[in-house]
Design a protein around this ligand. Structure first.
Ligand code: HEC
Length: 360
C-alpha cells in the first residue's frame, strides 16, 4: 500500500478535530462518516475522522488516533463506494454498518479488522471463509437469503444478530449491491430508520429495481416479537446450504471461470493456466444436469425444468465448440450467449420476484 496517504490521513483527522464541521442538510447527501438520514446520527457531531480517499491506510501503519473522543464500537476508517483489498462497493452507511462485496481472503479480513469491524454478515449462499476471519478476531454470521427478499425467519435471525452482537458490522452478499444492502436494512430499521429511508439507501447501493422483493419488504417489516427472538437459539457462522442454492453456487463458480476463458479468446486464462476450456464446459454442463434432477426443479409449479435443460443443452454445445480443433469460436460465442439468456430467463421467472419464488 501507499505511504503517501499517511500525512493526508493525519491532516484530515487534525482538521476534523478542530472544525466540528456540520454536514450538508440535503436528505441524501453522502457524508460517509455520518449519514444524515440516520435518525440517531447527529450530523453536527465532531467526527472521529474525516472522509479519506482511498479509504484504508496501509495495513502496516496504524490509523491516526481519533481526536474526538472515540465512540464505542464505531468503524474507524470511513470508506465510501470503494475497493478495499479484494472487496468492491465498500460503503459505510453509519458508524455501525458497512456494506460491500464478498470478503474472501485473509487480506480482506485484515482490512475489515483494521477498519474496526467486529462482525461480518454474509447473506450469500457460498460458505464464508470463517477460518481467515477468525485469525483477525472477526465473528461471522451466515444467513443465506434469496433475491426475492428475506423470509420472516431470515428477518428475525438477522434482527437478532444486529441487536445482540456487538458491531460494527460488515454486511456482504456476492457483489454487494442487492441482497447485502437489503439485509443491512434490517439493522438500520432496528436503529430507527424508516422504510422510505431504506428505499433511498437501496437506490444508493445500486440495488436493481427488478428485485421487487428487496424493495418491498421494508414497508411491511414488523419488529420481531420477544417470542420470535427467544426462539432463535443459534446465530450460525456457517449455515448449511443444500439443494438449489448449493447447485447455483457451483454453477456460478463455473460460469465465472468460463467468462475468464471467453475473455482469453476461448483459451486458458492467463491467471488460471490450469483451466482446460473444454473440460470446464463439460463440468459446467454436468452441473446443470444435476440441477435438473433436484425436486425443487422437477416439482416446480411452472416449467422450471425446461430452463435447466435448455442451459444444459447450450453448455454441451459450448463444450463441443471448445473441443473442436481449432476451437469453433463462433459456435462457442453462440452457445455462451444462449446459456447467459437462460440464466436470466430462469431467474426472472423463478428467482427475482416474490411471485417468481411462489411459482417454485
Ligand atoms: C432453471 C432455472 C435457473 C437457471 C437456468 C439458472 N438459475 Fe441461478 N437461480 C435459480 C433460482 C430459482 C435461484 C434462487 C435459489 C434460492 O434462493 O432458493 C437461483 C440463484 C442463483 C444464485 C444465488 C445463489 C445464492 O447465493 O443464494 C446465483 C449466483 C445464480 N443463481 C447464478 C446462476 C447463473 C450464473 C446461471 C447461468 C449460468 C444460473 N444461475 C442459471 C434458478 C436458475
Amino acid at each position: 500500500m501507499n505511504a503517501r496517504w499517511i500525512p493526508i490521513v493525519v491532516l484530515l483527522v487534525g482538521v476534523a478535530g478542530i472544525v466540528a464541521a456540520c454536514c450538508c442538510d440535503g436528505p441524501f447527501c453522502e457524508i460517509p462518516a455520518c449519514d444524515p438520514c440516520a435518525p440517531k446520527c447527529d450530523p453536527c457531531a465532531p467526527k472521529a475522522a474525516a472522509p479519506v480517499t482511498p479509504p484504508a491506510p496501509p495495513a502496516s501503519a496504524k490509523p491516526a488516533e481519533p481526536v474526538a473522543p472515540a465512540v464505542k464500537a464505531e468503524v474507524k476508517v470511513p470508506t465510501i463506494g470503494k475497493d478495499v483489498a479484494h472487496m468492491h462497493n465498500v460503503h459505510q452507511i453509519t458508524p455501525r454498518f458497512v456494506r460491500g462485496s464478498q470478503a474472501e481472503t485473509e487480506e480482506d479480513f485484515a482490512a475489515l479488522a483494521q477498519m474496526g469491524v467486529k462482525v461480518v454478515v454474509s447473506v450469500d449462499g457460498a460458505r464464508p471463509n470463517v477460518e481467515d476471519a477468525h485469525k483477525h478476531g472477526l465473528r461471522y454470521v451466515h444467513v443465506p437469503m434469496g433475491y426475492d427478499g428475506p423470509t420472516r425467519e431470515e428477518q428475525v435471525l438477522l434482527y437478532k444478530a444486529f441487536t445482540t452482537l456487538e458491531g460494527p458490522f460488515y454486511v456482504h452478499c456476492h457483489h454487494g449491491k442487492h441482497r447485502g444492502p437489503a439485509a443491512c436494512a434490517i439493522g438500520l430499521m432496528a436503529d430507527g430508520w424508516t422504510a422510505e429511508q431504506i428505499v433511498g439507501e437501496l437506490k444508493r447501493a445500486g440495488t436493481a429495481a427488478k428485485y421487487e422483493g428487496l424493495y418491498a419488504f421494508p414497508a411491511t417489516f414488523q419488529t420481531p416479537t420477544a417470542e420470535e427472538l427467544a426462539a432463535v437459539t443459534d446465530i450460525p457462522e456457517v449455515a448449511p446450504v443444500a439443494g438449489l442454492v448449493a447447485s447455483m453456487i457451483l454453477v456460478d463458480q463455473g460460469w465465472e471461470r468460463l467468462g475468464a476463458v471467453r475473455k482469453a479468446k476461448w483459451t486458458a486464462p492467463p491467471d488460471h493456466p490450469d483451466v482446460a476450456p473444454r473440460h470446464e464446459a463439460t463440468i459446467f454442463a454436468q452441473r446443470f444436469r444435476e440441477m435438473a434432477r433436484l425436486d425443487e426443479v422437477t416439482k416446480a409449479k411452472a416449467d422450471m425444468l425446461k430452463h435447466a435443460l435448455d442451459s444444459e443443452k447450450a453448455a454441451w454445445d459450448l463444450a463441443e465448440a471448445l473441443g473442436a480443433s481449432p476451437v469453433n469460436a463462433l459456435g462457442a460465442e453462440e452457445a455462451y450467449a444462449r446459456i447467459e439468456k437462460s440464466c436470466t430467463a430462469c431467474h426472472k421467472q423463478f428467482r427475482d420476484t416474490p411471485t417468481g419464488a411462489a411459482a417454485r
